[in-house]
Design a protein around this ligand. Structure first.
Ligand code: AMP
Ligand code: MG
Length: 356
């Protein structure tokens, strides 16, 4: 079976084509996985500009589609999958309308895919058997991206319980806003990680202290806007020449990154303990942060030696269509042909949640 998947929820246009065994879970063969990032276009706004993103998706999607078919050697497609939410409404519609046209013209079933779920499924790319899949549950899933920071309990395959989420900014958004303030460009996560890596506490003239919002609260919610404000105050209190200095930028980058890591690690470990998780699964663009992965992995090893840690390949942690294709495959395997999603009924839900 050949699955074609489309992703346009935010500022990355993605198309993927995979070949799978439609009867039982077996190794997925990736025939094409293309992504066109709009980072450069949105850089000057310091964030994603929805109407511009929509226009770029409209321009790029047909080009990527032709390219991916060529790369996959023009296979006969059996199933189409598209992200229907959560995301930016105008952007989601570009992908959904494109997918509906294709489904209608080719007479194919169309599957609606939840983007947050897909970030989990990105971890399953190399799974080869049902057993391998069953062995990872119950699991705690942490999604940290530019738009989301959520903790979800996955009791069993396909059974979710929502535990908590950010009450204001997402962790990635916090990286982006602080990065912008420091003049590090957009997105802020990667340069903050780079600057933080150069910071040496014992040699530094600067001590930056930022809060760890909600870290000790009993719930599984997060809040990052106070952290951003605290960073802004620290920055404003410094003399202009200090603000631009390499040393200060390194010190505040390291503290920002550590504050975010501390909160994420603390709440994830707490959830994994409470729900006796066999696995902690990660997803979302912020997962690309090496320090976060390193510290979370070390803490799991120390506090929960029987818990495994599963994080996707870095390339699959940010938005992509391959994870949409993988999710479609799993949905197909579990719900099968009952899933004859009528293209006419497929619609966008910008605030789609992961609850079952
Ligand atoms: P997504 O929303 O999943 O596409 O991920 C994009 C978000 O991930 C942006 O907010 C980035 O700043 C953030 N991000 C990407 N790489 C890193 C990194 N190495 N460290 C921290 N955040 C990152
Ligand atoms: Mg995402």
């Amino acid at each position: 079976m050949i699955i074609l998947a489309i992703e346009t929820s935010c500022d990355d246009t993605g198309i993927a084509i995979i070949k799978v065994n439609e009867k039982k879970l077996s190794k997925i063969k990736v025939l094409s996985n293309l992504i066109s990032s709009q980072v450069k276009i949105h850089q000057k706004y310091g964030g994603v500009y929805p109407s511009l993103a929509k226009r770029e998706h409209q321009k790029n999607l047909p080009i990527l589609f032709e390219k991916s078919k060529k790369e996959a050697k023009d296979p006969k497609i059996d199933l189409i999958a598209v992200t229907v939410g959560p995301g930016l409404d105008p952007c989601l519609w570009v992908g959904v309308n494109f997918a509906k046209d294709l489904a209608k013209n080719l007479g194919l079933p169309l599957l609606s895919i939840n983007h947050i779920k897909a970030h989990i499924y990105a971890n399953f790319l190399d799974f080869k058997s049902e057993k391998q899949l069953k062995d990872i549950f119950p699991a705690i899933y942490l999604i940290v991206s530019g738009g989301h920071t959520q903790l979800i309990f996955v009791k069993d395959f396909g059974h979710y319980k929502f535990l908590g989420e950010t009450r204001d900014d997402a962790a990635g958004e916090c990286f982006d806003k602080i990065g912008r303030m420091l003049g590090l460009g957009y997105p802020g996560g990667p340069p903050i990680e780079r600057e933080a890596a150069k910071f040496k506490a014992k040699d530094s003239k600067f001590k930056v202290n930022l809060p760890r919002p909600m870290m000790h609260q009993k719930n599984y919610d997060f809040s990052f806007s106070g952290l951003k404000t605290a960073a802004l105050y620290d920055y404003k209190e410094r003399k202009p020449e200090i603000r631009k200095s390499k040393e200060y930028i390194r010190a505040i980058s390291a503290e920002t990154q550590q504050a975010i890591i501390d909160v994420l690690v603390k709440k994830t470990i707490k959830a994994a303990k409470e729900y006796k998780a066999k696995t902690v699964i990660l997803g979302g663009g912020v997962i690309a942060n090496r320090e976060l992965r390193k510290q979370l992995k070390a803490k799991i090893k120390k506090d929960l030696p029987n818990t495994e840690y599963l994080s996707p390949d870095i390339k699959l942690s940010t938005d992509n269509a391959l994870m949409i294709a993988i999710t479609a495959y799993y949905q197909w395997l579990t719900e099968g042909s009952a899933l004859s999603d009528d293209w006419k009924k497929v619609s966008v839900n910008a605030n789609l949640r992961i609850e079952k």
